[in-house]
Design a binder for this molecule. Structure first.
Ligand code: CUA
Length: 167
């Protein structure tokens, strides 16, 4: 088969560009590994309680000082574990005074979940093996829904909780 000189040049140029682009994409996608963008702290998903923050008694809302709170959450299909209340029932709603700085620390024991506090700037991906954390200030009163925005299985739509910011 006879190839015209220009045809050969363009073929080489095309193939060369393709190789360069694939290298750039491959490098860009994988050189930092696959992990949640917010944090690089690792944890054993089979034993999250080994980490102080995720011990049963430390789950849910903890007051650090006036206007400063920590919320520790263990996500699993299909629930956010926010600890237990005084009666021993699972906490489904937490209440935080307006203007507080809140540090959310979340991990998963099974699959990838989402952690979005709808209407705020809290929106994280939660991956087993990692701790996702984000600190924010809650300055608007209201009822916020905490939702899982990563499809995680048949009960995905049942995975939510409530956060109330009060005056
Ligand atoms: Cu958890 Cu969707």
């Amino acid at each position: 088969m006879h190839l015209h000189k220009y045809e050969r040049i363009w073929l080489l140029f095309g193939t060369g560009s393709l190789v360069v682009f694939l290298l750039i994409i491959g490098f860009g996608a994988f050189y930092k590994g696959a992990q949640p963008p917010s944090e690089k702290i690792t944890i054993d998903p089979q034993n999250v309680e080994a980490q102080e923050s995720f011990k049963k008694e430390n789950l849910g809302l903890t007051k650090v000082e006036d206007g400063k709170y920590i919320v520790n959450v263990v996500a699993s299909a299909f629930n956010y574990d926010l600890g237990k209340d005084e009666e021993g029932s699972n906490v489904k709603k937490i209440r935080i005074p307006k203007g507080s700085t809140v540090l959310f620390q979340v991990t998963s024991t099974d699959v990838v979940h989402g952690f979005e506090l709808a209407g705020t700037n809290v929106n994280m991906m939660v991956e087993p093996g990692y701790i996702s954390s984000y600190e924010t200030e809650l300055n608007e009163t209201g009822e916020y829904t905490l939702v899982c925005n990563e499809y995680c299985g048949t009960g995905h739509h049942l995975m939510f909780a409530e956060v109330e910011v009060y005056e």
